[in-house]
Ligand binder design. Structure first.
Ligand code: NIG
Ligand code: FE
Length: 399
């Protein structure tokens, strides 16, 4: 199988299309003109010009994978893992995700909106103008809806553009352990039709892993999602190989996320279906993972690569998306161009956004960041630096 589509194109400095000494014009929240400053048409009003002093301007960052609506924290799990216990054994004894589910179920919707807004604010400080947010710490019909309604409420509490994903299939909740098929049936028969009818999510995600959901369960959920007109994402090949990345890709998934254990044949199916690999080095680092996502294999297969924080309490409690570009380069072997594309254009593709989000182009949204430096490569280079001086969304300065 050969790779098709833009994913097949190698991402390098030329791919980024950097314009030196550039200017652009914003009109009604969109980019009306873009090019070298020397070519700026005189018809544009000089009185409204902003001079950023030669600093690099990037597309607004796109954070394509978060679990930021949750209550409580997981400091206890963290200490247990520091003492040598594994993520899987903590989860198997009822800690892990279930701990966050218990705290999140107890929280009111207003409390969840408040903590979610605070985390969106931290993302804004790191230049994020579009953010994907998953449910997945409710794990019942009522609580998953409560989370997705909280995500909807966040749209009025934060300036960022939000893409919602239903991750009811995160883990099987405690009360369904002996009867997991009833939980899957609830998702398929009741929850997803309600979510689709109310427009509460654009995507459906499944955590396919031993201890979470099987491939057969994931496929049933994906087929239902497709029938309802919802997009597909998958947490795949994170701790072991399940075949979920290729299967989800063949069903039209926009992204397969984690993919530490992805194989060359999986990657070929992903490339052929334009399924983006979302790499989450924060989670790998925080879990002390021995396996890294195989960047060279994905690159050779022509799979588009995005980077994300995975912002969540258990495996990646960080909103520092620029740091992920450093880890993408220094730890995973991406190039600076791949890393910057990974938090902009490629992340937008992982969200199925083809309106110019994650790029700077005429007609696209005027979402951009002004960095502190003249060289864009300092974004991945400055480890845990603060590259963003200003964040603009729809032509309005929001930070
Ligand atoms: O993406 N892999 C599953 N979900 C999250 C972890 C969630 C948690 O531990 O609370 C992840 O790493
Ligand atoms: Fe995740």
């Amino acid at each position: 199988m050969t790779a098709t589509g833009p994913a097949a194109q190698r991402v390098d400095d030329a791919w980024l299309g950097v314009i030196e000494d550039a200017a652009f014009v914003v009109d009604a929240g969109r980019i009306a003109w873009l090019g070298p400053r020397s070519l700026l048409p005189t018809r544009y009003d000089a009185s409204a010009q902003v001079d950023v002093g030669g600093r690099a301007v990037l597309p607004g960052l796109v954070e394509c994978h978060t679990h930021l609506v949750y209550a409580g924290d997981r400091t206890r799990d963290f200490a247990d893992r520091c003492a040598g216990e594994s993520y899987e054994t903590i989860a198997a004894r009822g800690g892990g995700i279930q701990t966050t589910v218990d705290a999140t179920r107890r929280a009111t919707q207003a409390e969840l909106v408040a903590v979610g807004a605070e985390r969106c604010r931290r993302l804004l400080e790191h230049g994020v103008t579009t953010v994907e947010i998953k449910s997945g710490y409710g794990l019942s019909y009522e609580s998953e809806l409560k989370l997705l309604e909280a995500v909807a409420a966040l749209r009025t509490r934060t300036p960022q553009r939000i893409v919602a994903t239903c991750l009811a299939a995160h883990v099987v909740p405690r009360e369904h352990k002996a009867d997991r098929s009833a939980y899957v049936a609830m998702i398929v028969d009741r929850l997803l039709p309600e979510v689709a009818a109310r427009g509460l999510a654009r995507f459906v995600d499944v955590f396919c892993e031993a201890g979470a959901f099987t491939l057969a369960e994931a496929v049933e959920i994906f087929e239902t999602a497709r029938g309802l007109g919802l997009g597909i994402k998958v947490h795949a090949e994170q701790l072991s190989h399940t075949g979920a990345a290729a299967r989800a890709a063949s069903l039209g998934a926009s992204s397969a996320d984690h993919v530490e254990f992805v194989t060359a044949s999986d990657a070929a199916v992903m490339a052929a279906n334009d399924t983006i690999a979302v790499l989450l080095p924060g989670a790998g680092l925080f879990l002390g993972a021995k396996h890294k996502p195989p960047v060279q294999l994905l690159r050779e297969a022509g799979v588009g690569m995005a980077l994300s924080t995975d912002l969540n309490p258990g495996t990646s409690p960080t909103a520092h998306l620029p740091l992920m570009t450093t880890l993408g380069c220094a730890w995973l072997g991406m190039s600076p161009a791949e890393a910057v594309a990974g938090v902009t254009a490629q992340a937008a593709r992982a969200l199925g956004l083809d309106d110019g989000t994650g790029t700077l182009r005429v007609g696209g949204p005027a979402d951009f960041v002004v960095t502190r430096w003249s060289a864009w490569k300092r974004v991945p280079y400055e480890m845990a630096g603060a590259p963003v001086a200003e964040t603009w969304i729809g032509g309005r300065q929001r930070l």
